[in-house]
Design a protein around this ligand. Structure first.
Ligand SMILES: [Zn+2]
Length: 82
């Protein structure tokens, strides 16, 4: 039997991808953080993670502080595995 993979949408480009291909983030009191296991989350595809000015776009859509978005994106980019 084939298990269906959960598909999620990238908040930035709206492309649909298997959940494991996306980076899961959330808005924690107005700051963008990686998913903490509870609360509302959103997803970002790896392609968008490396796009210029993606921080600004996400900050606007997810209503998070731009500075926190910039810092987290920078951290995720330098993670290597992305
Ligand atoms: Zn995307």
């Amino acid at each position: 039997m084939i298990k269906s993979k959960p598909i999620r949408m990238c908040i930035s480009c709206r492309k649909r991808e298997p959940q494991k291909e996306l980076v899961r983030l959330q808005n924690c009191d107005g700051k963008m953080v990686t998913y903490q296991g509870r609360g509302r989350s959103f997803y970002l595809c790896r392609e968008c993670l490396h796009k210029e000015h993606v921080e600004k776009k996400i900050a606007k859509i997810a209503k998070v502080d731009l500075k926190s978005a910039e810092e987290l994106i920078k951290e995720l980019r330098s993670n290597g595995k992305n």
